[in-house]
Design a protein around this ligand. Structure first.
Ligand SMILES: [Zn+2]
Length: 186
């Protein structure tokens, strides 16, 4: 095959490709905007620039309370944002992932069934997931229980934890020795 023919073929393949893509081009901008809106987080709820919480998982009393307030049932939506999963809760999970700085505190806990726990994403949840969870919770949380989701640790959370640690009991659940902070990195 001569060089000219190969070039010709490449050229015609390229123009065919362009002709196929052209009708879609005007939609790329709007589609990108929709995608950005769908993936946006809810302002003010995430952990911010938090370091990883030295407490890795929900255990003991916080775990029991998270399961209790959910009535022992999975808190995930049934379908995208509608309804509620019917399965019994098997795990207590971070709404804002621990690996992304989400604190191991009740305001960041959700009870999940085994299936939803496996399927959970390690990405920070978008605004509609968090608002949907809060909306469902108004229907089943006990009176007076805070439905608001927050991935950050409050001063109150810190104080409660410090008093537990300084009470001289066994090491706090999930505690790990703090690694020395590496300077120059976030
Ligand atoms: Zn579920």
């Amino acid at each position: 095959m001569g060089r000219a023919t190969l070039l010709d073929q490449l050229q015609s393949a390229f123009s065919a490709l362009l002709a196929g893509v052209a009708p879609v081009l005007p939609w790329l901008g709007p589609a990108l905007v929709v995608l950005i809106v769908l993936l946006a987080p809810l302002p003010g709820r995430g952990p911010g620039l938090a370091e990883r919480d030295p407490w890795r998982g929900f255990r003991y009393a916080p775990r029991r309370r998270a399961l209790e307030r959910a009535g022992g049932r999975c808190e995930a939506p049934g379908f995208i944002v509608w309804g509620r999963c019917e399965a019994p809760a098997a795990e207590v999970d971070h709404v804002y992932p621990w690996s992304r700085g989400g604190a191991t505190v009740l305001s960041n806990a959700q009870a999940l069934c085994a299936g939803h726990n496996r399927a959970k994403s390690s990405l920070r949840p978008p605004w509609w997931y968090v608002l949907g969870l809060e909306r469902r919770r108004r229907g089943y949380f006990p009176d007076g229980e805070e439905v608001r989701v927050s991935g950050a640790m409050t001063a109150e959370d810190r104080a409660a934890r410090a008093s537990r640690v300084s009470a001289g009991g066994p090491p706090p659940p999930g505690a790990r020795p703090r690694r020395p902070s590496r300077s120059g990195r976030r």
